[in-house]
Design a protein around this ligand. Sequence first.
Ligand SMILES: Cc1cc2nc3c(=O)[nH]c(=O)nc-3n(C[C@H](O)[C@H](O)[C@H](O)COP(=O)(O)OP(=O)(O)OC[C@H]3O[C@@H](n4cnc5c(N)ncnc54)[C@H](O)[C@@H]3O)c2cc1C
Length: 441
Amino acid sequence: MHTLYWFTRDLRLHDNAALLAASKSDMVLCVYVVDPRWFQPGPLQSKAMGDHRWRFLWQSLMALERTLRPLGQRLHIAFGEPESVIPALVQAHGIQRVIRSRQPGTDEARQWQMIKERKPDTLFQQFETLSLFTEGSLPMELGDLPDTFSQFRKLVEKTGERCSERLRIRTLTALPPPPGFPEDNRGSCPPIAEPQHPLRFTGGEEAGLQQLRDFLFVTHAVDTYKETRNALDTWGASSKFSPWLANGSLSVREVADTITEYERSETKNESTYWLWFELLWREYFYWYALKHGVNLFRRDGVQRKRRPATFYGHRFKAWCQGNTEYPLVNAAMNQLRETGYMSNRARQLVASCFVNELELDWRYGAAWFEEQLIDYDVASNYGNWQYLAGVGADPRGLRQFNLEKQAKQYDPLDTFVDRWGGHADQPVGLHTVDAADWPIS
Ligand SMILES: Cc1cc2nc3c(=O)[nH]c(=O)nc-3n(C[C@H](O)[C@H](O)[C@H](O)COP(=O)(O)OP(=O)(O)OC[C@H]3O[C@@H](n4cnc5c(N)ncnc54)[C@H](O)[C@@H]3O)c2cc1C
């Protein structure tokens, strides 16, 4: 059997059921496709891929290539649209089977379908490697996924399991050979921009596993996670696993099992539980995205609730550039632009400001996050935005954070605001609206 293994959001050799399946072949061509459309502005103004995530992704790909080489393998990095690239590779190398990890997102599903239609004689297989549970081991049918996280959590907790069983073969140590070493066109990929700030995120499987060890066994920061997790700007306050989880350099089941291992050998408390609890949020949004498909991206959300919102160009720009009347929001938005990361609390605050104070259509904010975030994940991003916009999984509807109160609680000395330049010289107020700002979508 000749297999094409399409790496997507599973850039690792550990706990990778899809790659394990591919390894049972006579020959494997390992491919990653960089889509040129990621780098062009989409209908909601922003690009799908900004500089920070692109740099992190490239580091992750180079790391993957380094781990594949000792196994006699190479990573074929193609710059092109997957709908064309994959069928062409199938044709050129006599491929009989294409394997990838299952993933949420309508573009991803559409591409997969198109490729299948273009190559009707090829076998196509997907495996679940991005989630804690597989669809078969969830305590409900996907169509019956509860409307709220709490109901979901209760059902999962009843099973007594934190994730599906991890693979027996933890890390692949052997792969069949590739069909020679065909030249790729990786040289056509966009250049990597140097960061303005020295960043602490380095892409790749080894770096992700190291972060897991650091947060638990080295620093024991997990012991106080529940109390610290809302801090705006402290490295050890939260796990920082998200960028590695988002591109699959780190397996979420590996994280869940390591928490359990830590609880057995070191400490078990509310904080260690809470880290898994947060992974369960990620899990919920994963299945939520698969269940709701295109409704994840609708302005009226999965609830089909129409909320008054429009597109004020100047307000949107001020929010993106950290130039609003709200210093805390500005600081967080500057931090995001300059580093690609923002804490969970700050994400909630800037999203609440976007929807409530600035009265903007949430999808534009979500698209800006998509471009900027180093840990962008389609399900978590659009799921959280819908939730905050009151059209998603929150039964209580629209919620508004009191920005002044939040600033007093989380940044009483203005340390965060000062560090990230939150006091704008000439902030853009809410009063200036002209006809040109009227809805563009
Ligand atoms: C508007 C908005 C957009 C977001 N967009 C993304 C996104 O694109 N990608 C992303 O990974 N997270 C997103 N989140 C969730 C959360 O903010 C980040 O996962 C978290 O801040 C990452 O930092 P951490 O790894 O230190 O998190 P920790 O607090 O250490 O949490 C551990 C892990 O749990 C998961 N997690 C924690 N909180 C959430 C949550 N609310 N929803 C889903 N998963 C969660 C993440 O995988 C995270 O790495 C978003 C939240 C909001 C409010």
